[in-house]
Design a protein around this ligand. Structure first.
Ligand SMILES: Cc1cc2nc3c(=O)[nH]c(=O)nc-3n(C[C@H](O)[C@H](O)[C@H](O)COP(=O)(O)OP(=O)(O)OC[C@H]3O[C@@H](n4cnc5c(N)ncnc54)[C@H](O)[C@@H]3O)c2cc1C
Ligand code: SF4
Length: 481
């Protein structure tokens, strides 16, 4: 069939009515012949704009070309020159605002489904046996990476490939960061995360779990132990609340706590796993990012009958991935736009009974460039709900900083870090991912991990010294608006 006549290929999904009763993956992936058909749509542009939209610069046309020619091993090899976690990215990256938003085919029609092809090729590799890349000879240099999320795993993988000895220190009992404790099984199965973590470990990276840096040991301890560089990828896991009356009632959760209980502690497998979470008939989730969609869809699967997304802006400003919003709507999640809670009220036993909200209008753009939501006086109304889940964003946990003299932070609690190199204000300490930018995306955290790894490698190979280290808080562009 001529290339121009091929339509963008849909990905099969589990039926919405079935999937709201289980935690199995919703999107089922392309079969091989469909992947090859979709790959034929790519124009193989000489100046591929899609690559400009990818924070880790995956050689997109090359991996697609190999795929469509049937060289699947070659395709994944090309992919992994830049991306150590393709099965994860293929599932959770917001492609519509990154690579696919830049694809030339998107100007007049539908862009190439780059994310779905990435997922296909990564899943093919997992089912046939994972290939090992080339690793440089050992340099004898040691690097400590703090945090086993996408930023830390990417930095660790690249540093190991440069020949350095890397140890990751992780606070939780399982590696993966948000990928393991936040994003639910139905969107990102944990065996996918485990297999990509295992790949990073197979490059020679050591992993120490249950170790909270700042408490179990300090950054000074790590330097004293002989590490020559430290990368901080500790994320932004501290939930924010609204500071409205009633937030202390039983039945109010932060999305982070709720999702950690459901995912990492496997509450969805109760009583096989002894982590019950109490979900009533009606659940309101406040916020409309990926975290909110995950909390809402998890609540539904745990037995809630009515689930609302309560969002103070309009549909146009929803920050979640388009696919998640689409799936949430298919599953019957109800969206209450231009609505903001002002009070949660409870019964005499201290449990949530309902929520008072106010309607909002959109005003002038705020510092983030989005229209500022403004309350409409006198428009308050009540919603009867049994649970309220706050998904309003997160900040970095300050724990890691207990001893970190010299690592300066912004007023948002994030680290002051050079956006290109990841250098912090303290020599020999680099940082990247949500700890620097605030809550962002998997691929932006990976991009930061990659850039920092390259800079650490240059430092360890003598390209510059501590004397060249001039990171000044006032000179680093703020990561926040
Ligand atoms: C529910 C949810 C859904 C999301 N969905 C998407 C999505 O669909 N697409 C997308 O692109 N992004 C999504 N995101 C955002 C994305 O997951 C994050 O931007 C990304 O994980 C940040 O990576 P990171 O490595 O910087 O931090 P994290 O993933 O947070 O990893 C940090 C790690 O450091 C560990 N740590 C923290 N403090 C210490 C310490 N003191 N000592 C040792 N270890 C420590 C933590 O336990 C954690 O494992 C989602 C986020 C959430 C919460
Ligand atoms: S911009 Fe689109 S068509 Fe061009 S190489 Fe990238 S994916 Fe292919």
């Amino acid at each position: 069939m001529p290339r121009e006549q091929i339509e963008r290929q849909e990905m099969p999904t589990q039926d919405p009515q079935e999937r709201i009763h289980n935690f199995y993956e919703v999107a089922l992936g392309y079969p091989e012949e469909v992947a090859k058909l979709e790959a034929q749509r790519c124009l193989q542009c000489k100046k591929p704009r899609c690559v400009e939209g990818c924070p880790v610069e995956v050689p997109i046309p090359q991996f697609i070309l190999a795929l469509r020619e049937g060289d699947l091993a070659g395709s994944i090899r090309v992919m992994k020159t830049k991306n150590n976690l393709p099965a994860i990215c293929g599932r959770v990256c917001p492609q519509e605002t990154q690579c696919e938003s830049m694809c030339v085919l998107g100007k007049k029609g539908q862009p190439v489904a780059i994310g779905r092809l990435e997922r296909f090729i990564a899943d093919w590799e997992r089912s046939t046996g994972v290939q090992k890349p080339e690793i440089a000879p050992p340099t004898g240099k040691r690097v400590a990476v703090i945090g086993a999320g996408p930023a830390g795993l990417t930095a660790a993988g690249d540093l190991a490939r440069y020949g350095h000895k890397v140890t990751i220190y992780e606070a939780l009992h399982a590696p993966g960061g948000v990928l393991i404790y936040g994003i639910p099984e139905f969107r990102l199965p944990k065996d996918v995360v485990r297999s990509e973590v295992d790949y990073v470990l197979s490059l020679g990276v050591d992993l120490v779990l249950d170790c909270v840096v700042g408490k179990t040991l300090t950054l000074e301890d790590l330097f004293a132990d002989g590490y020559e560089a430290i990368f901080l990828g500790t994320g932004a896991g501290l939930p924010m609340f609204m500071s409205i009356p009633g937030e202390n009632y039983n039945g109010v959760y932060s999305a982070n706590e709720f999702l950690t209980r459901v995912n990492l502690m496997k509450a969805y497998l109760f009583p096989e796993y002894d982590t019950p979470v109490k979900i009533g008939k009606r659940v309101a989730v406040i916020g409309a990012g990926n975290v909110a969609m995950d909390a809402a869809r998890s609540s539904l699967r745990l037995g809630a009958e009515e689930v609302y997304i309560v969002y103070r802006r309009s549909r146009d400003e929803v920050p979640a991935r388009a696919e998640e919003v689409h799936h949430a709507e298919e599953e019957g999640i109800q969206f209450k736009f231009l609505t903001n809670p002002v009070e949660i009220y409870g019964n005499d036993k201290g449990w949530v009974r309902g929520m008072r909200c106010i309607r909002m209008a959109l005003g002038e753009p705020d510092a983030s460039g989005r229209p500022r939501p403004v309350p409409i006086p006198g428009s308050e109304f009540d919603m009867e709900v049994d649970n309220v889940i706050m998904a309003l964003g997160t900040r970095p946990n300050p724990m890691v900083f207990t001893d970190a003299l010299g690592i300066e932070r912004t007023r948002h609690g994030t680290i002051v870090g050079d956006p290109i190199t990841g250098r912090t204000t303290r020599p020999r300490v680099w940082a990247g991912g949500d700890i620097v930018t605030g809550a962002a995306t998997v691929i932006s955290a990976m991009g930061a991990g990659k850039r920092a790894a390259a800079d650490i490698d240059a430092f360890l190979k003598g390209a510059f010294t501590e004397a060249d280290w001039h990171v000044k808080k006032e000179e680093v562009p703020a990561a926040h608006p």
